[in-house]
Design a protein around this ligand. Structure first.
Ligand SMILES: Cc1cc2nc3c(=O)[nH]c(=O)nc-3n(C[C@H](O)[C@H](O)[C@H](O)COP(=O)(O)O)c2cc1C
Length: 164
């Protein structure tokens, strides 16, 4: 069995045009619990009726979680953006971080990830997301996720390695 680390990035379209906050919170809740058990880290971007999700872990773990996610009726039109081996996770410690497009505005727009985007665009987005997450800690799962999100400074200031 292949236990090298892999990263899978996909985008999809939310089935309900505006997902209620409690549904997103439920997705994040189950993701954080199950991903922690499976040694998976990642990020879920959600906004404007679409999702982009990054999943990092061993191949069997990624395959198992992606099978469940792909069968989930809360989204459709899943499109693979990246599936590659990685030397180290880009989002270690994040069972499933949550980032909104608003937090990436000025750097990136999720629209850039629509069909046919290049691998470099995906990499740039991942760097921008890393920047947004610098200094943030994972909220407790019971916390109302959306209400708790801090207003963040432009992610572009932090792209790359965390300072200090
Ligand atoms: C956009 C989206 C992202 C999801 N991400 C994850 C995830 O990272 N990990 C996970 O375990 N479930 C995730 N889920 C939920 C799974 O689809 C599934 O409902 C959950 O894992 C429970 O599966 P089960 O009922 O078959 O045990 C996600 C669902 C959606 C719609």
């Amino acid at each position: 069995m292949d236990h090298s680390l892999h990263r899978l990035v996909y985008r999809s379209v939310a089935s309900a045009p505006s997902e209620p906050a409690h549904e997103l919170a439920a997705i994040l809740d189950v993701s954080r619990r199950r991903n922690a058990e499976a040694g998976i880290s990642g990020v879920l971007l959600h906004g404007d009726g679409e999702y982009v999700q990054v999943l990092e872990g061993t191949l069997p773990a990624i395959e198992a979680v992606f099978d469940r996610i792909a069968a989930d009726l809360r989204h459709t039109g899943i499109e693979l953006l990246q599936f590659t081996t990685i030397a180290a996770p880009q989002f270690p410690g994040w069972g499933m971080a949550h980032v909104t497009p608003a937090q990436l505005r000025g750097v990136f727009d999720l629209g850039l990830l629509r069909s046919g985007c290049e691998g470099e665009a995906v990499q740039a987005l991942l760097a921008a997301v890393s920047g947004v997450l610098v200094g943030r800690t994972e909220p407790p799962s019971a916390e109302p996720i959306l209400a708790a999100l801090p207003v963040l400074q432009p992610a572009g200031l932090h792209v790359g390695a965390p300072a200090g």
